[in-house]
Design a protein around this ligand. Sequence first.
Ligand SMILES: [Zn+2]
Length: 331
Amino acid sequence: MDSLARCLPNYFSILEGREKPKFHALKQFMVDFDPSDSFDQLWGQHESAMQNFRDEKNGSGNLTLLDLKIALAQRMLDSCILCERKCGTNRNAGQRGKCNVLEARISSEFLHYGEESELVPSYTIFFSGCTFQCVFCQNYDISQNASSGEHFQPQVIAELIDKKQARNVNWVGGDPTSNLPFILEVLAHTDTPMPQVWNSNMYLTVETMAILDGVIDVYLTDFKYGNSKCGQRFSKVDNYWEVITRNHSIARQQAEVIIRHLVMPNHVDCCSKPILDWIASNLENVRVNVMAQYRPMHQASEYPEINQPLKTLEFLEAKEHALALGLDLVE
Ligand SMILES: [Zn+2]
């Protein structure tokens, strides 16, 4: 069996019309709950509904499991815990947290032909704002400016999705995490049988990962650093390694996974190799894209060791390491 068939069987089943994307089943699974129930009650209902959903039991009630996820995701904004910064800002009261995102704003949306070949054409929806502050960000004008772009009603985006001749919907940014309630509302309005791709730095809380369970077909992740020190230095986040490895394990249990790793100058030993080793030891049947297109951008000039292009030899060292581990590499 080739790598694509081994790593992305459900994804290709959906493309071939033999299977529905996961979120379709959520919309058919009925749950009895009251959106005004307490946050803890809603979580309890979500846990038992997801158990029944996984066990393929029948649900009953007036609302759907997707409605329950929307209610929970909106409630999470009262004291925001969508990402692992857990800044606790009351976004429902109009306050901006660490990511600065308030309402979802879209900086661009188009059919992307530059993604991995198995994904293109990919209907890519770029949100403004990000949970990270990467000093070398190539899209910092969008990622670090959550007020850029335009806000749309979820129905409008759902209509755009339904009209697209794409192989998937690709939620990205910045990072999609801060926009979780909006994304779920879009899916409540769309019937497209396209796989849903979560294109993210994966700095999500376990609560956000639980909401995405049953929604996302393919996690398209950025695995940037092989330790938390580099994560703190370049993206200004705590506990990078613990959070990102945990979430990759959860993601692989829920769905199919394509991992991107951008090799950085002078970070092959501290970052690339530990990441590739961890993937080889902990995740089965995931696609891995070792990427060479690092360029010093944004504030990289303040960090001498990354203020230079990647050397070809450094890239080859990382790639050889991945090959030696027998990983399923994206060509
Ligand atoms: Zn490093």
